[in-house]
Design a protein. Structure first.
Length: 172
């Protein structure tokens, strides 16, 4: 390499050795802070179809049961929230070792073997914490199956029967 090029490279690396750490520290120190989700954002989540955690005193219980097949075990509780909507809370009693699990509901008497056009997506099932799903009006009073579909494997993993008594709203 030519001597002039060596000097240019040397000085450019010296400048980079000084400037890059300064830029990194400035970026860390000057990054903006974001406010955590507060009560005002609950309205946005509700409009998007998400269910915010419901306090036990703000719900009217319908029923609960344990659903299981050979691999998965869940505790399912349905209740009516303070807005009068049907909500299902699902607690996993066993570890879900499925990549990207999604939960669907389908009104069938026999367990389906694949997701159909009639299947209704309830939400993502990943994680260990209890999940709450807002059930659409078309589910009310109907028996059906909760379907666990793996996006990673592109197949239906399990079909758990959900009795009609858990989707029926009783007027008191």
């Amino acid at each position: 390499m030519i001597l002039a090029r060596r000097k240019t490279h040397f000085y450019s690396f010296v400048v980079l050795a000084v400037v890059l750490p300064v830029c990194f520290l400035a970026g860390i120190l000057l990054r903006p802070t974001y406010e955590p989700v507060d009560v005002a954002t609950n309205k946005l989540f509700t409009q998007a179809g998400f269910v915010t955690q419901t306090q036990p005193q703000a719900r009217k219980a319908i029923g609960s049961t344990k659903l299981e097949d050979g691999t998965f075990r869940f505790h399912v509780e349905t209740f009516v929230n303070s807005q009068g909507k049907l909500v299902m809370e699902l607690k996993s009693l066993s570890l879900l070792q499925v990549p990207d699990p999604l939960l669907y509901w389908e009104a069938t008497k026999e367990a389906p073997t694949e997701i159909s056009d009639r299947s209704i997506l309830l939400g993502n099932l990943a994680g260990l914490s209890p999940k709450q799903f807002l059930l659409p009006p078309s589910v009310l009073g109907k028996a059906g199956h909760l379907l666990i579909y793996s996006q990673g494997q592109q197949k239906l993993i399990a079909a758990l029967e959900l009795p009609a008594k858990l989707t029926r709203i009783y007027r008191y």
